[in-house]
Design a protein around this ligand. Structure first.
Ligand SMILES: O=C(O)CCC(=O)C(=O)O
Length: 244
């Protein structure tokens, strides 16, 4: 059997400066992960997939609408979770064999408040370390809810809830992860983060997911949900990443 982890870890698709920034600051933005000429089609596919999802797969929260399982919503989304720089980032952050835990759409609606600063996983969980990623379907800007991060916080022993009295308040070290549509935000799930206020009149659309250690418990059971048409087009690497 192929040793996928060693093969991926030996790759050189993630520039060295990006790898060290991810290690030091806990997040990076990779511009042009999806070339601008492909973004209109991808955004159209996103809108169609969100519109046709069942109520069961759709969660309407206070700021965002989420639709689960973008592994099974069309070929337009296939490249994202096997994007080589993303898988190399997993090797750096997770450090051992990993799998996809979730891949969902998140539309942050216009005129919504900031999310609480949080981490995605507790250190004593089987799902730690977690590597999160967000593909910007729309540009992420200061006025439309760009994700904020507290650089270096993935190395701190505490969590925001143990440290801050108002988790929605600005943190004095926070920075915004802005980028053009098609940029890929990659982050260590222990970094303190959350979306900011969307004061604009437009939605901020994104595809978001997470990778976890292979022996962790995936948020989505991709094996159980696998559609025959998806299975038919999956390559070996995708099958491995989905733990099929
Ligand atoms: O949408 C964002 O900018 C961040 C989302 C996030 O942190 C989460 O859903 O846990």
């Amino acid at each position: 059997m192929l040793d996928w982890f060693s093969t991926l870890a030996a790759g050189s698709e993630l520039p060295m400066d990006a790898a060290s920034e991810l290690q030091e600051r806990g997040f990076i933005v990779l511009p042009g992960a999806v070339p601008s000429e492909r973004m209109e089609r991808l955004a159209d596919a996103y809108t169609a997939a969100v519109a046709s999802a069942t109520d069961e797969d759709t969660r309407i929260g206070s700021t965002s609408t989420r639709v689960s399982d973008f592994v099974n919503r069309g070929a337009a989304f296939d490249d994202l979770y096997v994007f080589p720089p993303l898988l190399e980032a997993c090797c750096h952050v997770i450090g051992r064999p990993f799998k996809l835990s979730s891949l969902h759409a998140r539309t942050l609606r216009p005129h919504t408040s900031a999310q609480e600063l949080h981490v995605d996983v507790q250190r004593d969980s089987a799902d730690w370390p977690l590597l999160g990623f967000i593909l910007m379907i729309d540009e992420f800007r200061p006025d439309n809810g760009a994700t904020r991060f507290v650089p270096g916080s993935h190395r701190w022993p505490g969590n925001p809830e143990g440290t801050m009295s108002d988790l929605r308040a600005e943190h004095d070290q926070q920075v915004l992860a802005c980028g053009r549509a098609g940029s890929l935000l990659v982050f260590n799930g222990s970094a303190w983060h959350g979306h900011t206020e969307n004061t604009s009149s437009g939605p901020r659309r994104s595809l978001q997911g997470a990778f976890i250690p292979r022996d962790g418990r995936a948020a989505t059971d991709f094996a159980a949900r696998m559609q025959p048409e998806t299975r038919a087009r999956l390559g070996q690497l995708a099958r491995h990443v989905l733990a099929l």
